[in-house]
Structures are given as structure tokens and as C-alpha cells.
Design a protein around this ligand. Structure first.
Ligand code: FES
Ligand SMILES: [Fe+2]
Length: 441
């Protein structure tokens, strides 16, 4: 049971809050590399409740600042991205990507560039198609985590962003709440008709798996355990990696390299960064019946409202609370869909936004099906309080290799195999960027 006070600690991410301070010790995905064009328009970003301006300079380097100019606080959104820096539109002061003041053209005396005049620039790096931001205090940021899907940039890799209008934690919890899949997503799918070679069939047929959980060096992990054919067992694994990553299951573990980052825009809005190395289709994962036809209602290409310059103007789906996510009651009635909402991502969107901007966890009645949700929020709560009270951080901050073997996916093993042994064996024979294929720099 989470108290109202604990819920505040878990969910609030502004500067100075325990969870906000913890998150600022990690690299945070800010946007796609492709969203920032050399000498292109400055872009408004909001992360962890802070209003920021992002731009790419002439040489291709990325700068991300507090949006207020250090001179008299005009927004640098109105600035000019000029040769090698951004120039404030109010009095023409110019700053390079590190925040150094290059020019103060309105200052009459020759005592220009006073010491300490710097834009509030954060440390930035790029990897695998993403721009990462470090909002902590260290002069040298810690290393990027060795997350498989961020380590490569192949032609098949897809990164899809989606804004969700609710708190980051209730969105993340949906990613580790595995038993909802059998209802929200496939509640009306006939599992006996699913392709026999697709282990997701067990997830469709068996609605009440045993949930195994454990804490790890990088966060938490679970398996959903179900009986399989021929005296075998099916496990569906996923891991939570501090502070907001989930390596989710969408294929056999041996070749599934995917993750979601649940990045707080502010306390009530989340940007989902969905990265899939082998299935960059921009659509939801789907299922097939034995006759080769696709199960209807699961896959839907993400379509977005027109992008705006607003702080919340990027990657907003057309399906929204305002149109009830295109809910079709007839589909719900005739059994072609459990929800009447098309697309796995939009089904999750509807449900998680329906809980309110920040769910009141003191009202919940959790069950054994929620063991991973409970363990993960307890781990987060402990990490936030430890950092607040002692300055101690999860090891993954300074030891990026710890999450190398955090992967989601399905396996089928002999009945009675220990679930963690089964995981280790599967990872040892897995393929992917860190398991046989060369990782990108
Ligand atoms: S406020 Fe930016 S130059 Fe004066
Ligand atoms: Fe879901």
C-alpha cells in the first residue's frame, strides 16, 4: 500500500523534489537527433517540468538551455540560430552550445564578456538516433547506460515518440503490469487459433500467470510463468532499469532488442520513447492466426496531430481524451475488440489517462498479479529517499554495463526449470548488439 505522502515522492519530478533530484543524476532522452537541424529553428522542449530550448549549431553540435536568456530572461525560443550559436532576439547576446557568451553587441564599453555570463546550458550527448541530456550537478556527467537498443543504429531500427497526458509512473507501471495484456489488448482473441509457433499464444490463452519478481543491479525484473505444451513452461520477461526504462517483451528473448523510456515532460505529461531494433515499423506489435490472417484491432500506425511550437506540441496522437480515442462500441459489442479502441498503444493511452493525471495510489487494492508493480515502485521510492537522505545512488549510474543483460522477451523451457536459470541460459545464447553482433560506438 502506498500512502498519499509516498505517492507524492514517487510522482513529482520538479527540481528540488526527491524523485526529480534522483532522475537528474541520469542521462535523459530529450528528443530525436533528427528533430534538430544544423542552423535550424530553436525548439521548445519541456523535461522534468523545466522549460528548455534546444538547437543544433552550424557544426552539428546540440545545445540545450534553460529557455531564459541570462541577460534579462527573454525566451531564447525567439532567438536566431546563427553561425556557431544562438543569438537572443532582445539585445543580441549570442551563446555557443556550451552556454558561453560569444557576443554582447549592445554593451557600449569594451569590458565585454563579463566573467560568469553564461547561458544555463546542460550537458548533451547523442547516441543511436537520440539526443540525451544530463540535468545533474556533476561537472563531468556519468557514462551513458549500456542499453542494447540505444547502442546500434541499423536500418531496421525504429524510434517512435508519443506524448501521454498522465504522470510518468502510471504510464511506466503499465509496461510492467503484464496481466493486463490478456484483457485490454487480447481479451477477445481466440488463443486456440493463434499461430502455433508464436509463444505469445500462451499469453492469450492463460490469463492469470504466476508472476516471479526479483531486484537486480539495475532495477527490477519479472517473468510471467505459464504452462506450455509438452511438459514445458513459457516465461515472458521484462526488466525495469533506473530511472524510467523498461525492456519489454515483444518477441522471443533471443532476438528481441527493444525498450521504452517513460520520460517525464512534467508531473502530468510523459514522452514515451519506444525503441525497437529489429521491428522499426512505426506500428504496434501484432498477432497472427494460424491461417495467416492478422488479429484485428491490435496494430495501428501512429498518427499525430500537426506539430506545434507549444511546450506540449510534439508527438501528440490524433486519438485522444477529446475523442475518446475513437472508441467504437459496436466493435466492443460484436467481440472484434475487447475495448473497441484500435491499436495497442492507444488502448494503453486511453486506460492510463483515464486514471487521472496523477493516480491516487492510496485508493488501490493490489493483488499478487501486481507484484512487479509493487516491487518497482518500492525500488524507486527507496532510491529517491536514499539519494535525498544519504546521497547514495543506484549502482547503474556509474556502472553502465550492469544493464547489458536486461532484455525482455519470451522463452519456452522444460517444466520445473528455475526461472532465473532459464533467463541466464537464454541470454547466453541470445543474439544482438551486445550478444554476438558488434555494438555501435
Ligand atoms: S534578454 Fe537576451 S540579450 Fe537581453
Ligand atoms: Fe498495454
Amino acid at each position: 500500500m502506498i500512502s498519499a505522502e509516498e505517492n507524492v515522492i514517487l510522482t513529482r519530478v520538479g527540481r528540488g523534489t526527491p524523485m526529480g533530484n534522483l532522475m537528474r543524476q541520469f542521462w535523459i532522452p530529450a528528443c530525436l537527433s533528427s528533430e534538430l537541424i544544423a542552423d535550424g529553428d530553436p525548439t521548445r522542449l519541456m523535461l522534468l517540468g523545466e522549460k528548455l530550448i534546444a538547437f543544433r549549431d552550424t557544426a552539428g553540435r546540440v545545445g540545450i538551455f534553460d529557455h531564459r536568456c541570462p541577460h534579462r530572461c527573454a525566451s531564447l525560443f525567439f532567438g536566431r540560430n546563427e553561425e556557431g550559436g544562438i543569438r537572443c532576439a532582445y539585445h543580441g547576446w549570442k551563446f555557443d552550445v556550451d552556454g558561453n557568451c560569444l557576443d554582447q553587441p549592445n554593451v557600449p564599453d569594451k569590458n565585454r564578456y563579463p566573467a560568469g555570463t553564461k547561458a544555463y546550458a546542460y550537458q548533451v550527448t547523442e547516441r543511436g538516433g537520440l539526443v540525451f541530456l544530463y540535468m545533474g550537478e556533476k561537472e563531468v556527467a556519468p557514462p551513458l547506460p549500456d542499453l542494447e537498443p540505444t547502442m546500434v543504429d541499423t536500418k531496421d531500427k525504429g524510434i517512435a515518440l508519443t506524448q501521454r497526458d498522465c504522470n510518468w509512473l502510471q504510464a511506466l507501471e503499465g509496461d510492467v503490469d503484464t496481466s493486463h495484456v490478456g484483457f485490454l489488448h487480447v481479451g477477445k482473441v481466440d488463443g486456440e487459433q493463434i499461430d502455433l509457433n508464436d509463444p505469445a499464444r500462451y499469453t492469450v490463452i492463460n490469463k492469470d500467470p504466476i508472476i516471479n519478481v526479483t531486484e537486480t543491479d539495475y532495477g527490477t525484473m519479472y517473468s510471467a510463468q505459464r504452462d506450455a505444451d509438452e511438459n514445458k513452461e513459457h516465461h515472458r520477461f521484462a526488466s525495469f532499469i533506473f530511472p524510467f526504462w523498461v525492456t519489454y517483451p515483444s518477441d522471443m528473448l533471443a532476438n528481441n532488442v527493444s525498450a521504452n523510456a517513460w520520460v517525464p515532460i512534467d508531473d502530468e505529461h510523459t514522452m514515451i520513447f519506444n525503441i525497437d531494433v529489429y521491428r522499426g515499423t512505426g506500428k504496434d506489435t501484432t498477432l497472427y492466426y494460424r491461417d495467416g490472417t492478422e488479429v484485428p484491432g491490435l496494430s495501428r500506425p501512429l498518427d499525430y496531430r500537426p506539430r506545434t511550437d507549444d511546450w506540449m506540441g510534439r508527438w501528440r496522437p490524433t486519438a485522444s481524451r477529446a475523442n475518446d480515442y475513437y472508441l467504437d462500441r459496436e466493435m466492443q459489442r460484436n467481440g472484434s475488440s475487447y475495448t473497441g479502441i484500435v491499436g495497442i498503444t492507444m488502448q494503453d493511452q486511453a486506460i492510463q489517462e483515464s486514471m487521472g493525471a496523477i493516480v491516487d495510489r492510496s485508493l488501490e487494492h493490489l493483488a499478487s498479479s501486481d507484484r512487479m508493480v509493487m516491487l518497482t515502485r518500492r525500488a524507486l521510492l527507496k532510491a529517491a529517499i536514499d539519494y535525498r537522505d544519504t546521497g547514495k545512488l543506484p549502482r547503474i549510474v556509474e556502472e553502465p554495463h550492469l544493464c547489458r543483460d536486461a532484455r525482455g522477451g519470451d522463452i519456452v523451457v522444460q517444466k520445473g526449470t528455475d526461472w532465473l536459470d532459464a533467463y541466464e541460459n537464454a541470454m547466453n545464447s541470445a543474439v544482438g548488439p551486445l550478444h554476438g553482433l558488434k555494438a555501435a560506438e
